[in-house]
Design a protein around this ligand. Structure first.
Ligand code: PEP
Ligand code: MN
Length: 373
């Protein structure tokens, strides 16, 4: 739920690029000097602002490639110098910070598995005191915006003055076409609270496959994200990590060529009038939806009173199944998304039950304290 608070000041990185999107590209993991030089050289002929390369890889299973380690820092930095591009690595421990900074790495990022851990983030923040390196913070693997903000705040409190956020999707046990579900409302909420904080999208880790990357990158641009981080490998099929989701440099070039960059606002008067009119209509519809919801909850309470008089339980599974089935059917007939209908009715049903529980507990909601008064 959007917090009705004033945005806190967070030191935001002024991205070193003119216009959107700020582009970060490079391999999931640095593997050999030849690999990283070849990728950087090919990328330098395409639009790119920062080369990424993982040196220490946080892998789920112990037998997977854990990253090439410290010697890779030198290869990455040399590839950056040879192509005139700054380079970025992921850091997960204070030792990584120390080694990356002494190797002259230009930008650091904190991975999703680290952002979840406030102890570790605090240790990284402490290790970064006194440095002016830009730090990009990926969202935590679980969909918790406060944890993401908390990590940014810890870095901010340590005096890091160049912060950015990277949206890489959220882990879920549920089956999905995404490797990590985007939950776009979470980065949007972050952007609402911290309008100056650069928000990048990492379609590679959201998709988990090459094919969907253009679609997700385009959605990020349509949602006015500031940049993209994309995994690019010279030979993705042989990559030692994330081989399904890495693009070749030419696929990356093609993706950028097809990307439509829309403006965040326009000054065409006719268009703006039309937009105002459509937004007025939406405002009136929302008023109607809220009045209907208030009526619906009033009736739910009335049902609650009858159930109480007749000593009947609040929740009847057959009734809930019937609501779910009929509303899905009706919604789909109206070309609404089935998943949206289910989520909407879960919320409405939960709120109805809350109202009926109040009635049962004898705390009849009066007009003085009812939510809709
Ligand atoms: C990565 O960028 O290679 C990585 C490990 O990402 P994440 O932290 O998003 O899983
Ligand atoms: Mn990766």
């Amino acid at each position: 739920m959007p917090a009705p608070i004033q945005p806190l000041p967070l030191s935001s990185w002024r991205l070193p690029s003119t216009g959107r999107p700020f582009l970060v590209a490079g391999p999931c993991g640095v593997e050999t000097p030849e690999q990283v030089h070849s990728i950087a050289a090919e990328l330098s002929r395409l639009p790119v602002h920062l080369i990424r390369g993982g040196i220490w890889k946080p892998r789920t299973r112990p037998d997977s490639f854990q990253g090439i380690g410290m010697e890779g820092l030198v290869w990455l930095k040399e590839a950056g110098i040879a192509t005139g591009l700054p380079v970025a690595v992921e850091v997960a421990t204070p030792r990584h910070v120390e080694e990356a900074l002494s190797a002259g790495i230009d930008v650091l990022w904190i991975g999703a598995r680290t952002t979840v851990n406030p102890f570790l983030v605090q240790e990284l923040a402490n290790a970064l005191v006194g440095s002016d390196v830009p730090v990009m913070v990926k969202n935590p693997i679980n969909p918790d915006p406060e944890l993401w903000i908390g990590a940014l705040e810890r870095l901010d409190r340590s005096g890091i003055r160049k912060l950015a956020a990277i949206h890489r999707g959220f882990s879920s046990f549920d089956k999905s076409r995404f490797r990590n579900i985007p939950n776009w409302q979470i980065p949007i909420e972050l952007k609402r609270r911290f309008p100056d904080l650069p928000m990048l999208c990492d379609p590679s880790h959201i998709c988990g496959n090459r094919e969907m990357i253009p679609e997700v990158a385009q959605t990020a641009m349509d949602l006015n994200f500031d940049g993209l981080m994309i995994e690019v490998h010279n030979n993705p099929g042989e990559a030692r990590s994330d081989k399904e989701q890495q693009l070749t440099p030419s696929q990356y070039g093609e993706l950028l060529g097809n990307l439509i960059i829309r403006r965040p606002s326009v000054d065409d008067v006719i268009f703006l009038n039309l937009l105002d009119e459509l937004r007025d209509r939406i405002d009136r519809m929302d008023e109607n939806i809220l009045s209907l919801m208030a009526d619906r909850m009033r009736i739910a309470r009335e049902i609650g009173r009858y159930k109480k008089e007749n000593n009947m339980a609040i929740y009847q599974v057959e009734r809930w199944n019937e609501i779910l089935r009929t509303r899905q059917q009706s919604g789909v007939n109206k070309e609404l998304n089935r998943e949206f209908i289910v989520r909407l009715y879960e919320l409405i049903h939960e709120e109805s039950i809350r109202h009926q529980t109040e009635v049962m507990k004898n705390h009849e909601i009066t007009s003085a304290n009812s939510p809709e008064s």
